[in-house]
Ligand binder design. Sequence first.
Ligand SMILES: CC(C)(COP(=O)(O)OP(=O)(O)OC[C@H]1O[C@@H](n2cnc3c(N)ncnc32)[C@H](O)[C@@H]1OP(=O)(O)O)[C@@H](O)C(=O)NCCC(=O)NCCS
Length: 376
Amino acid sequence: MAEKNHPNYSPGLEGVVAGLTKISRVDPDKQVLTLRGYDATELADQASFEEVAHLLVVGHLPNKKEKENFTKDLGVGEHLNEDMIALFKAMPKETHPMDALRTGISFLAGSDEDVTNNSHDENIRKAKRLLGATPEIVATSWRVLQGKEPIEARSDLSIAANFLYTCLGEVPDPLTEKLFNASLILYAEHGFNASTFSARVIASTLSDIYGCVTGAVAALKGPLHGGANEEAMKVLLQVKDVKQAEERVLKAIATKEKLMGFGHRVYKNGDSRVPTLKKLGSQYAEAKGDTKWRDIAQVMEDVMVREKGIHPNVDFPSAWIYYQMGIPIPLYTPIFAVARMSGWCAHIIEQHDANRLLRPSCIYEGPEYKSYKGLA
Ligand SMILES: CC(C)(COP(=O)(O)OP(=O)(O)OC[C@H]1O[C@@H](n2cnc3c(N)ncnc32)[C@H](O)[C@@H]1OP(=O)(O)O)[C@@H](O)C(=O)NCCC(=O)NCCS
C-alpha cells in the first residue's frame, strides 16, 4: 500500500513483490496454501513432516526409498557432542530457547568443512544437517538449561515423536504424534514471511546457509512473527473459563491492545492453515476428554471476528494445542523454527541458485546539507 506523499513507497513492504519462487503459493482469496503444488492441509492430514521437508528442500515428494535415505541423512542423534552440551551449560540459565537455538546453529557452522560452498548439492547436504540438528539443539539446550540430562534421539522415531520424546522424556501416543506432525507441516513454509525474507536477504550476499538460518531464527523470535504463539498462550492463561473469554477480548479492543495470534499481513479473511489445525485440535481435545482450551479459544475468535473482523492466525490454535499436549510455553516458537527450517533452507537454496543481491532503496527524510565546522 503506497504512502500518500511517496507513491513508490509501501510501509512494511506491504504488497511489494520482492521475488519469484517455485516453493509455495499463498492465496489469500481462496484461503489456500500450496507447497510445490500440493495443498498444505491435505499434506497435514496425510503426510509425514519428513516427506514435506523432502518436498521443500529436494523439490519433490519422496518415494519410500528416498524417504528412508533422506531420514538417514538427517543423522538423528548424531549432532550433539560434548562441546555442544558444554556450550549450553555455559549459557545463563535464563537464556530463551530461541537464543540457544541461534547460538547452537552458529556453533554448528564451525564444524562444517565446506561452510562457504553455496552450490546446490552442498546446500542440500547442509539443509539435511540443519533439519536433523535443529530439533536436537532445541531439546538438548532446553533440558541442559533446566539442569536436566539430555535425552538422545531415537532413530526408530519420527521427527515429531523424537522432538516430544527428547524434550519431555516420554514417547507421545499416536494421536499426539499425529497432531504434532500436522502442526509441523502447517508451520513448514509460507512464502516471503519476515524470517524467510531475512534468510533470503542474507543469502543474497552469498553468505552461507548457517548464517542465513541464524538470522531467520532471530526474525522468527519476534512477537509479531513466530513469537506470537507463546504470547497467545500467555493471554489464554489469563482467561480462567469460557465466561471470561468474551470479557478479555472486549478489554483488549477497548484498550487497543494487540492480541497475539490474531491478524495477518496477507490473509484478511482467515488464515488457510487455521481450519485444519482447529479441526485436528478439536478432535484431539475431544479424544482427551478436555475441551476447555478449545472452547475458550473459540469464544475469543468469535468475539474478535464479530467486533473487529480480525481472524486468528496459525499461532492461535497452535498455542492451546501445544499447551494441551503439555509442552512448556518457551518451546512453542522453537517448534515453529524446527518446522520452518525446511522452508528457510528451500528458499536459501532457491536464492543461491539464481542470485541477485537484495538491496532496496529508501527515501531520505533527514536534514538538508550542513557543513562541518569542527569542534566548538
Ligand atoms: C500480523 C500483523 C503484524 C499484521 O499486521 P498488518 O498487516 O501490519 O496490520 P496492521 O497492524 O496495520 O493492523 C490493521 C488494523 O488491525 C488491527 N489489528 C491487527 N492485528 C491485531 C491484533 N492481533 N489485535 C488487535 N488488533 C489488531 C490494528 O490495530 C489495526 O487497527 P487500526 O487500523 O485501527 O490501527 C498484526 O495482525 C499483528 O500484530 N498481529 C499480532 C501478532 C501475530 O499474531 N503475529 C503472527 C502473524 S502469523
